[in-house]
Write a protein that binds this ligand. Structure first.
Ligand code: TPP
Length: 657
């Protein structure tokens, strides 16, 4: 890991936390000290996030869970498998990474999620939701095969539990009767308020709240009574369990073969430890510990508004007010998508909008407000979302799935089998395509060109800016059949978004500038930097044509073949993996037409390796995907050609003389 400069700004001394450098040190504390450790962690997260931003609310809600887990279990021997990992800042702090927290999500710093190569305590890499139960079940089965006896604990949120994979794992775990502990972090929230029938079920369990609060508090009181406390507690617990068995609507878990412990106040570390100790005693199958938590717990003044504080930018520590960048910026692609969808939906009542648990992240939140009957949040269920859309299109609707490029990976077979094989009229708008920045490898959207380009019937496009994005949205909706558009995270470039969206010809590129013996063919976000690079080259006497490809499928074969016949150098540029990407499509076209011998083809994009987290500008520059990088690569490639030409001329002259 690169050397890090660590800011120092703790306003309040972390009394207990500053001496806890590992879970072993935590485990030396007395149970009644755990709340104080939790308070220290909460304060430290708040102070740090107020400066740099991060998954503040999600992690604040899981502070006591982190403390209780590392106290009750012998980590890392016992395996903790966190789902998503966005809520695990407390876990990071307790597992030797406390002082690195201020580097989280920054280049060279801690990952914002979990990585096996970052810590022995991160037993399974995460970032996408609903994976923890499957991974934990696999670990538990492996443990049993090897004759080992440690515990395996999956920690999963209520919304991730409703994800398809998690439900599949529940199904198998109940059947196998493997010893496995599931800690359900139930805060009634996804990023947006949780949706779905499972949420309703969990809410009904919550309804017995008064009784359970009482139970946890009484538990603490009894434990604190010297000598008799433990015996009194055990007696009370027997009564409590009998009441719980009668009161709790645990049918779903019971029927599926899980034992149920709960629910427990997820902000009471001692109650949590007790529940986890109880879970450890279950030897004959999986057990679920149901903890009730509050997302954003402790967030100043805004504790109630935890929807907005799932993840935050920097904020004022005293008030919680967010610190906005002072410079007004161009609208974000996400916002332009939401606005344009509303316009298009107003004109065509067949258009419907779908999101898989990302209403705010995709701009569908505005649509849900304006067209509640024609827009759906399906929860963390990308696969279902795509086939749900396919069903709608069979009946004449025009569904638009707004799903991040990285999360659409989940639904590949649904795209192939349910949409494209049947040539159904489903559209995919892929936000966060390209390098996303701080969220890093699990969230970069670098594969969508490769995985969609190979599927018959699919039309694939990427706008050069937010104005053209509006044109493409109209074009997609008027096109009959599957189509997908990718666009980057963040702000547009200031293009006109007030004009009426234009209908574009499918498979037709746009020439941005013309001339010279070089052609730069750029896709999507790389078009404007390519134009800037060409201007720089022109100032140095190298003229270049710049093409905005617009479509990778179908390619503008006419234009590309003409360029291949007339130019000496063609450079393709894309913000995606090179393998199978846009440049590959151009190379295939030239190869199929026997033109690769006559022209030098250079493909610029992201190499075949895992791309770390960090400032997107920095990462793009690292791979030459900015105006400077394109300029340099074109110039170098051109100079090689010129040197070769000079060499050939020299040889020809020598041969003649
Ligand atoms: C496959 C996938 N889809 C969407 C997301 C985006 N996402 C990250 S956290 C989150 C909400 C998770 O809710 P829950 O499991 O209840 O945990 P909480 O954040 O409430 O602690 C979502 C939708 C993701 N990480 N993975």
């Amino acid at each position: 890991m690169a050397k890090l400069r660590l800011p120092r700004y703790n306003t309040r001394p972390m009394k207990l936390l500053q001496n806890i450098n590992s879970p072993e040190e935590l485990r030396r504390l007395r149970p009644e000290q755990l709340q104080e450790v939790a308070n220290d962690i909460r304060q430290y997260i708040l102070e740090t996030m107020s400066r740099i931003g991060g998954h503040t609310g999600a992690s604040l809600g899981a502070v006591e869970l982190s403390v209780a887990l590392h106290y009750a279990f012998d980590t890392p021997r016992d395996r903790l498998v966190w789902d998503v990992g966005h809520q695990a800042y407390g876990h990071k702090i307790l597992t030797g990474r406390r002082d690195l927290l201020p580097t989280i999500k920054q280049y060279g710093g801690l990952s914002g999620f979990l990585r096996r190569d970052e810590s022995d305590y991160d037993t399974f890499g995460a970032g996408h939701a609903s994976t923890s139960l499957s991974a934990a079940l696999g670990m538990a089965v492996a443990r049993d095969e090897k004759g080992e006896d440690h515990h395996v604990v999956a920690i999963i949120g209520d919304s991730s539990l409703a994800g398809g994979m998690a439900m599949e794992a529940v199904n198998q775990a109940g059947h196998l009767k493997t010893r496995l502990i599931v800690l359900l972090n139930d805060n009634e929230m996804s990023i947006a308020p949780a949706v779905g029938a499972l949420t309703g079920y969990l809410n009904r369990i919550r309804e017995a709240q008064g009784y359970h609060r009482f139970k946890d508090e009484v538990g603490d009181l009894l434990h604190d009574i010297p000598s008799f406390g433990e015996r009194l507690y055990q007696a009370a617990k027997t009564v409590k369990d009998a009441i719980a068995a009668a009161v709790l609507p645990g049918a779903l878990v019971n029927e599926l073969g899980f034992k149920y412990i709960g629910y427990v106040d997820g902000h009471n570390p001692r109650a949590l430890v007790r529940a986890l100790e109880e879970a450890k005693q279950v030897k004959d199958g999986p057990v679920i510990v149901h903890a009730l938590t509050q997302k954003g717990k402790g967030f100043p003044a805004r504790e109630k508004n935890y929807y907005a504080w799932h993840a935050t930018g920097p904020f004022e520590l005293a008030t919680g007010a967010s610190i906005k960048p002072s410079k007004p910026s161009h609208p974000q692609y996400t916002a332009v998508f939401g606005e344009t969808m509303c316009e298009l939906m107003a004109k065509d009542e067949k258009v419907v909008a779908l999101t898989a648990a990302m209403p705010d992240g995709t701009g569908v939140d505005k649509i849900l407000e304006r067209f509640p009957g024609r827009s759906f949040d399906v929860g963390i269920a990308e696969q279902h979302c795509v086939t749900f859309a396919a069903g709608m299109s069979c009946e004449g609707l025009k569904p638009v799935c707004a799903i991040y490029s990285t999360f659409l990976q989940r639904a590949f077979d649904q795209i192939v089998h349910d949409v494209c094989l049947q040539n159904l009229n489903v559209k995919f708008c892929m936000d966060r395509a390209g390098i996303v920045g701080g969220d890093g490898p699990t969230h970069h959207g670098l594969l969508d060109i490769a995985y969609l380009r190979a599927v018959p019937h699919m039309v694939l496009m990427a706008p050069k800016d937010e104005g053209e994005m509006r044109d493409m949205m109209r074009t997609m909706i008027e096109h009959e059949g599957p189509a997908a558009m990718r666009y980057p995270r963040g702000n547009g470039v200031g293009a006109d978004i007030r004009r009426e969206p234009q209908l574009l010809e499918i498979g037709k590129a746009e020439i941005m500038r013309d001339g010279g013996e070089v052609a730069i063919i750029a896709y999507g976000s790389m078009v404007h930097p390519s134009v800037q690079a060409a201007e720089h080259l022109s100032r140095e006497g190298i003229e270049a044509t710049v093409v905005n490809a617009r479509f990778v499928k179908p390619l503008d074969a006419g234009l590309l073949l003409a360029l291949a016949r007339t130019k000496r150098l063609i450079v393709t540029v894309e913000e995606a993996y090179l393998a199978g990407g846009f440049g590959s499509a151009v190379a295939e076209l030239l190869e199929e037409n026997g033109l690769l011998d006559g022209v030098r083809l250079v493909r610029m994009g992201v190499p075949d390796r895992i791309i770390t987290h960090g400032d997107p500008k920095l990462l793009l520059a690292k791979y030459g995907l900015d105006a400077d990088g394109i300029y340099t690569r074109v110039r170098e490639s051109w100079e090689v050609l010129e040197e070769r030409r000079a060499g050939t001329r020299h040889r020809d002259a020598q041969l003649k003389s």
